[in-house]
Design a protein around this ligand. Structure first.
Ligand SMILES: [Cu+2]
Length: 200
């Protein structure tokens, strides 16, 4: 189970990559602008020059940004694939959104409300649907979110690599008690999970 690539890493890297380029461009463009303001100010350069096409420059400023944006797309796409490809051997649960709580079904028939218990270091797949209106399941700690729609099954998966308590909640306004539609995700050890699963 240790060969699972946690898609969170890819997402974080993509984020840093995009922020990095944005910072370089922000600083670069601002610096060039300030430089030009001084270099070509009126006292220095009273007659404006009539500059026409520069093949090299135009090609460079078209090709380089295109490559940068395509590489951003590539990293984003890679992490997206990671979020959609569920590794084999995942713990599979069914989650029903309803006004105003989350019902979680376990493979052995156990059913709980607003509480999700999963074993640590095992991929977890949640098959999500709704019993009434559109809800959306969001687990901020694992950066995953998916809509819950009646008559449709959506899914998400995450890799809980650390034991602990996290929150999940509905992100789509679904009625007057929408704000109460949240629950706790508990990531526990394998033995604790088995014990919890088999008690009523
Ligand atoms: Cu809801």
């Amino acid at each position: 189970m240790n060969d699972i690539v946690n898609p969170l890493k890819g997402i974080d890297l993509t984020f840093i990559y995009i922020i990095g380029f944005s910072l370089v461009l922000l600083v670069g463009v601002t610096a060039a602008m300030i430089f030009f303001v001084f270099r070509y100010r009126r006292s220095n350069h009273p007659e404006p020059a009539d500059i026409r096409g520069n093949w090299m420059l135009e090609t460079a400023w078209t090709v380089i940004p295109t490559l940068i944006v395509l590489s951003m797309f590539y990293f984003g796409w890679q992490s997206y694939i990671g979020l959609r490809d569920v590794p084999p051997g995942a713990v599979e649960l069914t989650v029903y959104g309803q006004q105003f709580s989350w019902i979680i079904d376990y493979p052995n028939g156990k059913q709980v409300e607003n509480e999700m218990v999963v074993p640590v270091r095992k991929p977890v797949k949640l098959n999500v649907t709704s019993l009434d209106v559109i809800h959306s399941l969001f687990i901020p700690a694992y950066k995953v979110k998916v809509d819950a729609v009646k008559g449709m099954e959506t899914y998400l998966w995450f890799f809980p690599d650390k034991e602990g308590e996290y929150e999940f909640f509905c992100t789509v306004y679904c009625g007057v008690q929408h704000s109460e539609m949240n629950g706790t995700l508990r990531v526990v050890s394998e033995t604790e999970y088995e014990k919890w699963l088999n008690q009523d």
